[in-house]
Design a protein around this ligand. Sequence first.
Ligand SMILES: Nc1ncnc2c1ncn2[C@@H]1O[C@H](COP(=O)(O)OP(=O)(O)O)[C@@H](O)[C@H]1O
Ligand code: SF4
Ligand SMILES: [Mg+2]
Length: 377
Amino acid sequence: MVNMTQATPALSVVGVRIAFKGRDGLRMVASDVSFEMRPRARVSLIGESGAGKTVTALALCGLLDTHPGLISGQVILNGADLYSGLSRISREVANNGSVRIEKSSWKFQRMLNKQVRPVARKGIGLVFQEAKETLDPMRTVGDQLMDALRAGGSEKSRQEIEERARFLVRRLGFARGDEVLQAFPHELSGGMAQRIGIALALAAGPEVLIADEPTSALDAILQKQVADLLLDLHKEGNWALLMITHNLRLAEYLAETILVMYRGRVVEVLPAKLLGSRDEPLHPYTEQLRDASIELVGNHFGARSPNGAESHGLGHPTPYDPSTAVMKSPCPFLERCPRRNQLPAAKRDLCEKEVPSFRAASKSAGHWVRCWLFEEQ
Ligand SMILES: Nc1ncnc2c1ncn2[C@@H]1O[C@H](COP(=O)(O)OP(=O)(O)O)[C@@H](O)[C@H]1O
Ligand code: SF4
Ligand SMILES: [Mg+2]
């Protein structure tokens, strides 16, 4: 596992695998996902649509009922092993030592309900792209916020809870806080709903806030406002942020550390400031993402311009076809990799045969790459 911190982590994810059962058998959508987040860390998980970002986030919270698929691995939240005992209610299948849930899923359901979700609900706050859809349409924002504060348990009396709710909506930047508290979800604009979603997710005092594309449905100005709000709240709070996004600029803006996911595998972990680097080795997929981002938004990283780009001959990223998302080879990027031919012939075969392990990149601390190109480093 990539050890991103010396401190006791707020969240450790160890070898998590998730698969869904399809017509052709089990379809792996997250494979050996491992990372750690120290308390108050800011981490962005990036990758194209269908990479497995959301299923991973849902699994961390016990919200993914994968029956009759497959789930294995450890999720340790502030020292508590959420899926502890999973191996007792599962049986090993031959494929890569993965664990398949028994045919009768009631034990797994019971584990989710009694063991995983109660701990995750307190320890992990979740914000989704459409926060409005997660609000109860029949109840006011104030009632829902007060419920969430009550669940956190730090404010005891009704008066304390009401005061805290008023403070929170003011802190979210609403000038007319009382009106917002009395509003029903359908009365909120998209930007307002996202801010309320963040307040609800933080109300119970979680160790980790997972924000899954929270600004993707917003225009650029609102995106920036919500991102700045997250940063401000993070400075004041005591929680770690896991930002899930396909937007590299946003990922870099919000995080110190970037996890790059491709077809269910984390292929690179790097300090955010290196995302635009020319000098550091980057995974061929990260390079494609970065170059595509530069072509779309200009030379934001100051690395090189799209015209006259001095790349590794990467060209344009191949369009992603989710129907081919079943991992057939150890390196998930094999079919699209433009740099495999840079490997000596003997090593080139490895891309098809063995999963590359994480290697520390030589120049910067906290930079890990999973690719045979960096094996020697
Ligand atoms: N309930 C489900 N049943 C079967 N396949 C699913 C289910 N949920 C997600 N998937 C598949 O898992 C893969 C990863 O999805 P997701 O995590 O939503 O991607 P991302 O969030 O990175 O865009 C996709 O190929 C998606 O089709
Ligand atoms: S392991 Fe091989 S195929 Fe995969 S990204 Fe690296 S060079 Fe390309
Ligand atoms: Mg998603």
